[in-house]
Design a protein around this ligand. Sequence first.
Ligand SMILES: C[S@@+](CC[C@H](N)C(=O)[O-])C[C@H]1O[C@@H](n2cnc3c(N)ncnc32)[C@H](O)[C@@H]1O
Length: 266
Amino acid sequence: MAAQHETAIHERLPQPTRAEREVADLLPIGAHDQTARAVLDRIPLWFHTFSLNEGSLYTSGVARDHRYRIPVLPDDLTGKRVLDVGTFDGFYAFLAEARGAQRVVAVDNEQYREWVLARWGVELQGGEGFHAIAELLDSEVEYRRLDAFELDQLGERFDVIFCFGILHRVESPLILLKVLRRRLAAGGSVLLETYGVANSELEHDSAIHVWKAGEVYARDEFVYWGFSGASLARLAEHAGFARMEIIDTPMIDGHPRITGMLLAEE
Ligand SMILES: C[S@@+](CC[C@H](N)C(=O)[O-])C[C@H]1O[C@@H](n2cnc3c(N)ncnc32)[C@H](O)[C@@H]1O
């Protein structure tokens, strides 16, 4: 009975396409076949697509087509201290480590457990995908179950902060940006990806769109905001950043996205 239930869940989840595999292949894990299959059997739902085994076994991440993020990611993070805020399964934290970061901290309050249950009926314990990949990679990325608004508890600063997929999911985006600014070392930057505005004419309007609960993703009540470039630039200024550069405003799988870089100093 349990096996039938698991098959049903698996069949309802999207399978990785070439787009997801292309991003996953940035971090080839190279696990043995049996080990990779055991991980796939054990974890009921993935957010990120990981390339587990020489390009043949992939996790079926529910996140769609992150190729637009590739130009935002530094090729070389040698010696950098990196913080990944809202890491979920940790793909970007592990990628930072693979690209030479000296220290990587990955933080998540595991709020996703609520919307994963609401959207797919899958109960996660929290952190299981992250820990499975960390083990396969023999990774030293430090995972903390922590709310982003409590990041000052870390008591350390970072050269690069990844803030991907989370700003539109917090009630107080300005406060979150202020917290991130405080965690930045001199000369540091925040790489940002968040939900955008569908109409490109609104890109230079500093208004923020407010979504209805469940409007962006059915049964997911944690998506509040759609940001234009102009609204993010103003928020960044209020949060104490010297400047924000908008990198791209693509439409991905029917969802407007916006990427940019917030600089601590000129
Ligand atoms: C849509 S997922 C994005 C995952 C990953 N950063 C990415 O973009 O591929 C958003 C993540 O942010 C986490 N999150 C949401 N609010 C948070 C908060 N206040 N503090 C820490 N994590 C949070 C969620 O639990 C979830 O893992």
